[in-house]
Design a binder for this molecule. Structure first.
Ligand code: ZN
Length: 111
């Protein structure tokens, strides 16, 4: 299992829980360096439970340019543009859990 975090340079974290690596065990998909994301995932799960009966849909929060990116064949340049734009350190317009969701979506489309 590999850490799912995206670093500032747009690359995925290389920690995968190997004994010779310094990031420690991968828990909830993230290494010790990115353990703040573990909490975000937990919160997201809790939020989902809370809003289960409401009409709130996280998909409606996804910016159009991400939807467009996802609907088209993988574009390396668009990927790097979006992954740096929707980075929790750079983009304060969305909550950390949404930004994390966006970067996961952007990454899931990567070939
Ligand atoms: Zn990591």
């Amino acid at each position: 299992m590999r850490c799912r975090a995206i670093k500032k340079n747009g690359k995925q974290c290389r920690q995968c829980g190997k004994p010779q690596q310094s990031g420690g065990e991968i828990i909830n998909g993230y290494c010790n360096y990115h353990k703040q994301f573990r909490d975000e995932d937990t919160k997201k799960t809790e939020d989902t439970k809370k809003t289960e009966d409401t009409k709130e849909n996280p998909n409606s929060e996804i910016p159009l340019e991400i939807k467009l990116y996802l609907s088209k064949p993988f574009d390396k340049y668009e990927y790097y543009r979006l992954i740096s734009k929707y980075h929790p350190d750079k983009n304060k317009s969305y909550s950390v859990s949404l930004i994390t969701l966006f970067s996961q979506l952007i990454n899931s489309h990567k070939i």
